[in-house]
Design a binder for this molecule. Structure first.
Ligand code: ZN
Length: 453
């Protein structure tokens, strides 16, 4: 559920902020995030300590309110504005976090959690932020749809299932054109790297293209490409026993698709497409064996030295398709690509690579508005050396000599962009945690699209 924005007081209790450094009624308990209620006045105060200094620590305060409210509260938005929080940020925090906690996501549990909690509504004595509220609600909805696809188990959310689900879910959105390639069409396009990854699968691969033309007069066109490995066993270079969370390897594809859906629903005057590269990476007798050489859509040959470095294979064809067929003026990909980005940035930052400083600045600003943590990583020719060790092909997709695999993977992908300005987002650390998907970067990609000239 998305919280309501109201310009009038309703009957529920008004919840106000009591920042430690500000004035508030003496009776308010000075315990972190504790809510003191004054029943006679139908008003409550939440105590917020001095330790809360920025948006990210404020999120925890908001979570404590919206995750499980003990009664219906109407939030006095203006009371939460302080020297480090604008009204826009207060509204963003409440709308997005409330949606996060009340999302109806896939669950096969016999007993669903009962919703006995109170509800949240938002109060502001002005219509100035109504439009922003509606925009945030659209983005929150896209994030939750992404999260739902992320958590849906891999035996259900196969490539064929996801393509169909997107077609159905996007059918009613004005201005969106969805095209689905099946195996035959993928073959005709020479997306042979995608086919190589799919060769051990019981399911057909799918390439889903979602196109939105909000500014037909402009030649500018962003193409967002997403890695859509619905389950990654590693292939013949199997991950063995450790396959925890490998259903989340399709996160990038869901993220780019729902970002474009939100962009269309917001009717932004920009041109943005999403490309989902969907297959699982499975093992059977037809599976690609290591040292196989495959000709990519671009014509470059790749020795598949490691079948577990499959993300860069499907993205290579996806990026080339974006640059050539879709005529992107800018390419962005989102992928749970490498374990080594976790070594660099943990589960805190998404690692971003950009061939272009100007576009990075825009992306960074977009992430700042969305309050998502991004960190720029370097592209350098040194990182490309391990990609060029094959004796029999133009490139190899992995080398045990490499020490900075996230960077090396980025350099590998850059080879398939036809020199179109390019941003690569490695979200292997930030897309999911402990069985939960976060729809990371959906919000940033919407903000980024707004910066298209
Ligand atoms: Zn893999």
């Amino acid at each position: 559920m998305i919280s309501k924005y109201e310009q009038k007081r309703n009957k529920s209790m008004l919840l106000k902020a009591a920042f430690e450094e500000n004035e508030f009624p003496k009776m308010v308990a000075k315990s972190d995030n504790y809510i003191t209620e004054f029943l006679d006045q139908n008003v409550a105060y939440i105590f917020i300590s001095k330790e809360v200094k920025n948006y990210y620590s404020f999120i925890k305060v908001v979570d404590s309110i919206v995750a499980s409210p003990r009664r219906d509260y109407q939030i006095d938005l203006a009371s939460f504005v302080t020297n480090f929080l604008t009204l826009e940020e207060v509204l963003r925090a409440f709308v997005l976090r409330e949606a996060f906690h009340t999302a109806k996501l896939y669950s096969a549990k016999e007993k669903q959690k009962e919703d006995k909690k109170g509800s949240i509504s938002l109060y502001l004595d002005s219509s100035d932020y109504l439009e922003l509220n509606n925009e945030l609600a659209t983005i929150a909805c896209a994030i939750n749809k992404t999260r739902n696809l992320q958590v849906t188990p891999p035996n259900i959310a196969t490539s064929e299932f996801i393509a169909k689900a997107i077609e159905e879910d996007f059918a009613k959105v004005k201005g969106l054109k969805v095209t689905v390639f099946d195996r035959k069409q993928i073959k005709e396009k020479n997306m042979n790297l995608l086919l190589a990854v799919n060769s051990g699968s019981s399911y057909e691969p799918r390439v889903v293209t979602v196109e939105y033309k909000g500014n037909p007069k402009s030649k500018e066109k962003y193409v967002y490409v997403g890695k859509g490995i619905t389950f990654d066993t590693g292939g013949y270079n199997t991950k063995g026993y450790y396959m925890d969370g490998m259903k989340f390897d399709m996160s990038g594809s869901a993220i780019v698709a729902y970002a474009v859906k939100a962009i269309a629903e917001l009717k932004l005057k920009v041109n943005v497409s999403a490309v989902m590269m969907l297959t699982d990476n499975a093992i059977d007798t037809h599976g690609t064996v290591p040292e196989s050489v495959v000709k990519s859509m671009s014509g470059k040959s790749v020795e598949i030295t490691d079948t577990d470095a499959e993300g860069r294979l499907v993205l290579a064809d996806g990026l080339y398709y974006g640059a050539s067929d879709l005529k992107a003026s800018l390419l962005v990909d989102v992928a749970t690509l490498t374990g080594s980005i976790l070594t660099a940035l943990g589960k805190t930052y998404s690692g971003i690579y950009s061939t272009c400083d100007k576009e990075w600045e825009k992306f960074k600003d977009a992430a700042k508005i969305a309050h998502e943590k991004v960190w720029r990583m370097p592209l350098h020719e040194d990182f490309h050396k391990p990609n060029k060790l094959s004796k029999v092909a133009d490139l190899n997709n992995y080398s045990t000599t490499e020490k900075a695999d996230s960077n090396t993977a980025a350099m590998f992908l850059k080879e398939f962009t036809k020199d179109v300005p390019y941003i690569h987002c490695d979200v292997a650390g930030t897309a999911d945690n402990k069985g939960m998907g976060f729809g990371i970067l959906v919000s940033t990609l919407v903000e980024f699209a707004k910066k298209q000239n």
